[in-house]
Design a protein around this ligand. Structure first.
Ligand code: COA
Length: 639
């Protein structure tokens, strides 16, 4: 995810003026900090390349072919040929892009931050910020269990912070190659700040002389600043943190006005309110504390009469947007990059704001913290070192802000009602099965998604899968377009009763090979989506007309991603989820484990076209059918 492409990026890109009013995060890494193991390779990372123009145009035609009619394809081909011909607009734009790349460490990253995130004005909940559901830790139940669980979580995350600060996080690798670790430096002590027209992102790295030493605890909609590092920089003990949490619960018997729910609003709305509220110094100080905090932990009330708090869908909703105004949406600050929640039923999860990072660094932190929590001796004594009392963060709220809070509550509840969430574990097999067939598990799953969509709708649709660009310095993602000519042949073949099982297997293997090839192209900088975006943005920056290739209906069709998908693997049984990026689309995320897959599927109830439960059911059938033909078809089917 955006990694996943946010909604209406195409339209938003059209509105980019190229004038840079935004604060962009300081570049971190070896140039700013003492280079340790984690950054040892950073300076030798390659720069993100710009693919040859003709290559991108050819691939673009191949990408649109399976999703538009043959007649539309002929029109598009002519437009693309004109764009790319010698002396054509495309050549000039390509030169402009090459010149930009010469001057920058990464020609895309600053643009991407703006167009994909900071200029994006819809609410961050559901549309941008993913949720992550954690496995249940059964030993922690009830209020006391919740506080112990939260204390161990905080303690474990602080251990991960120590790894980041000492640059000891193991270097992520893909196919044996080291990846850019810059994102790890931006996930803690960072925050999105709303603006009336464009947001900002602020990062407070550990190298600052006044680097943050506190976290925020949200309880009963009230925020507290809690010191987790002593003045000498050493962490407070588990007991100290537990004592601070107990104090907060005792001090907050009734829910406060849910100021935090304003962070779920449309960004222009919240930006205007924020600006106004900030004029009051009490509010300003509270905003400042939240902004500078390392991360936030929300202590949720998740046990309600008549409801099963451990229900995975409910946990998914709680992770994604707090579950609604009557549940915990007001007990959140959605601008904060990392926000955990811990319930009273042994359940927990997190939400992350997407500006600074993709899922993998967040999941690495979650994995490491869960491993530590599982092994921690949770022997809470009564000894404390008398840590400072948690500081309550107050807000002065005028009647119009009270009204705005009521409106935000209403909007969250509309979003809640509109979003359909399906979370499930596919237990018949996991990634070991495709591997045993010498097939890429990711490509296998992506083709199962293609097959599912085709069975439901009878055609192939534009599909977005996040592909990592972290092989390159400051790289984020590009799009793996999983709907290919080969996947279209496969899904049609599967539904064709005249095809033999061996032919179907051949089509499946072809489709998987094509997806794997596309994936390899993307992670090696030969994707098409970011290149096309760059060509468009350079035209806009130069004040030129938006070229016809971007105004063509094929471009609209191929960026209307009815399937927005992402693999987010984890060591633990985590499940990430996010909303669809178009009104008639699906948001699909999966965590492949050896013997099972964790899936999330979301859709909008307002669309008569979509149904996440139905998609989930058919997806499980598709996976089974694909497995069945692979194990039962005669072995003649060879590529
Ligand atoms: N035969 C046997 N095994 C195979 C195989 C084959 N033909 N092809 C792949 N495998 C193995 C791999 O070696 C790997 O083994 P491991 O489990 O020991 O690690 C495993 O299968 C998984 O490989 P694959 O399914 O092909 O996926 P991948 O790990 O290469 O991931 C992407 C593919 C696209 C998900 C990854 O490249 C990527 O870009 N990830 C970033 C996603 C992201 O940023 N998301 C953002 C979310 S906000």
């Amino acid at each position: 995810m955006f990694s996943r492409l946010p909604k209406n990026l195409v339209q938003r890109v059209m509105g980019v003026t190229g004038k840079d009013g935004a604060h962009l995060p300081a570049r971190l890494g070896p140039s700013n900090v003492h280079a340790g193991r984690m950054f040892a390779h950073q300076d030798s990372l390659a720069r993100l390349p710009i693919p040859p123009l003709q290559q991108t145009l050819y691939k673009y035609l191949m990408a649109v072919k399976p999703i538009i009619s043959p007649e539309d394809y002929e029109v598009t081909k002519k437009i693309v040929d004109d764009f790319g011909k010698p002396g054509g607009v495309g050549q000039d734009l390509q030169m402009g892009l090459i010149n930009r790349a010469k001057k920058m460490e990464n020609w895309l990253s600053d643009w991407w931050l703006k167009v994909a995130y900071l200029d994006y004005r819809s609410p961050v909940i559901v549309n941008v910020s993913p949720g992550v559901v954690f496995p249940e830790l059964s030993e922690f139940k009830g209020r006391e269990g919740q506080l112990k669980q939260a204390a161990t979580l905080i303690n474990s995350v602080m251990d991960f912070k120590y790894l980041i600060d000492t640059q000891s996080v193991p270097v992520d690798k893909m196919a044996g190659q080291p990846l850019c670790m810059d994102q790890y430096y931006k996930i803690l002590a960072s925050c999105r700040i709303p603006g009336p027209k464009r947001d900002e992102v602020k990062i407070f790295p550990p190298t600052l002389s006044n680097a943050p030493k506190h976290i925020i605890i949200a309880y009963n909609n009230q925020f507290y600043s809690v010191d987790v590092l002593r003045p000498d920089g050493k962490p407070y003990s588990l007991n100290d943190i537990y004592a601070q949490l107990k104090y907060i619960v005792m001090a907050t018997p009734v829910p406060a006005v849910p100021v935090g729910i304003l962070t779920t609003e449309h960004r222009n709305t919240w930006g205007k309110i924020y600006k106004k509220m900030k004029k009051d110094h009490v509010n300003k100080d509270s905003f400042e504390k939240i902004k500078r905090s390392l991360f936030l932990v929300a202590l949720d009330q998740d046990e309600r009469p008549g409801e099963d708090a451990s229900d995975i869908v409910m946990r998914g909703r709680q992770s994604l947007y707090g579950g609604g105004s009557m549940i915990s949406s007001g007990n959140r600050w959605f601008d904060k990059t990392i926000q955990f929640w811990v319930g009273t039923s042994g359940c927990m999860g997190l939400t992350y704001e997407h500006c600074t990072a993709e899922g993998p660094p967040i999941v690495a932190m979650a994995d490491q913290s869960l491993s530590k929590m599982n092994n921690l001796v949770t022997d809470f004594g009564s000894d404390t070192s008398n840590p400072p009392k948690p500081e309550r963060l107050d807000f002065n709220i005028s009647p119009d802000i009270v009204e705005a809070i009521e409106e935000a509550k209403h909007s969250v509840d509309v979003a809640h009602t509109d979003l359909q969430v399906s979370l499930f574990q596919f237990k018949e097999f996991g990634k070991n099965f495709p591997k045993s067939q010498r097939l890429s598990p990711d490509s296998f799953i992506q083709n199962a998604l293609q097959y599912t969509f085709f069975k439901l709708y009878g055609y192939s649709t534009a599909t977005y899968e996040s592909g990592s660009l972290r092989k390159y310095k400051f790289g984020r993602t590009d799009t793996i377009r999983s709907a290919t000519i080969e996947s279209d042949q496969f899904v049609r073949g599967m539904c064709d009763p005249t095809k033999t099982p061996s032919e179907k297997v051949m089509l499946l293997r072809n489709a998987i090979a094509a997806h794997k090839q596309y994936t390899n192209d993307v992670i090696n900088g030969d994707g098409i989506d970011r290149h096309l975006l760059g060509l468009k943005l350079i035209a806009i920056e130069n004040g030129a007309n938006v070229p016809d290739i971007f105004m063509d209906t094929a471009f609209t069709s191929c960026t209307h991603f009815r399937l927005s998908t992402s693999q987010v693997p984890a060591k633990h049984d985590l499940t990430m989820l996010f909303g669809p990026v178009v009104p008639d689309g699906y948001g699909i995320c999966y965590n492949p484990q050896e013997h099972h897959f964790n899936f999330s599927v979301t859709a909008y109830n307002t669309s008569p076209e979509t149904d996440s439960d139905r998609f989930a059911d058919v997806l499980q059938e598709s996976l089974m059918e694909m497995c069945h033909i692979l194990v039962t078809a005669p072995p003649a089917a060879k590529l």
